[in-house]
Design a protein around this ligand. Sequence first.
Ligand code: ASP
Length: 284
Amino acid sequence: MLRFMKNVILAVHGGAGKQTPEDLRDEVRAGIEAALRAGQAKDNCVDAVVAAVRVLEDNELFNAGKGSVFTADEGHELDASIMRGLDKAAGAVAAVRAVRNPIEAARLVMESTDHVFMAGPGADEFAVRGGLVMVDGGYFSTERRLSQLLELKGTVGAVAVDRGGDLAAATSTGGRTNKLTGRVGDSAVIGAGTYADRRVAVSGTGDGEVFLRGTAAGTIAAMIEFGGLDVVAAAHEVVMNRLTALGGTGGVIALDRDGTLAAPYSTETMVHGYLTVDGTVVVV
Ligand code: ASP
């Protein structure tokens, strides 16, 4: 059965993976709702996805920003990207270690440079020059109880359509637990973890290497543009068939300009929620 929702203007995910432990379920749901409310307060799609992702980055229950998983050398390296569908403007940062909200750094790359992708210390220095809030590495670390939760899930993201019919997508992550220093995942890569054009906005979560090899988010958009599929069929085909054939699991939120949201996942669960045009918030 293909699951989809209608009249959606904003959706967020808090990572695909295993079920959230019972004792943390309410807090996770509250975090998703808070992100949707933050996005609801904005009236253009880029502001909405940044506001929603920021709230999730600041919430240590999610593997992005504060509360990110540890690299093999017990540090944190964060990836984030954003794309505006109207003109395919995009910005991304990878392996940053000091900017508090990587999604804001990605937005700054998109809006204030003629580059798309910045990585490592140069990206952190760019964030400093851009006036973003910087923190030391300890800020991102969480206590053991939460670290165990983060092994169960990953990554946050948002997709939005505004009144003008413009779409945007944003994704942010601490990456994979125990990843090698220097590893960059799909969440930083336009076309893999994030994509938006005039038809659809996509944010993914799951086995990043497979999302990269399968150019997951971009393939969903291409199937809609060139293959004549609708958002529900395209998202399903990529997540349930193509990525699994490459040996990976995960999920996406994919929103078209008419407000149809597809949220397929091949993992046990994908924490997500959405806001409809009449103001209803649903946390799944
Ligand atoms: N896709 C993310 C990464 O590989 C992780 C996740 O979504 O769980 O960095």
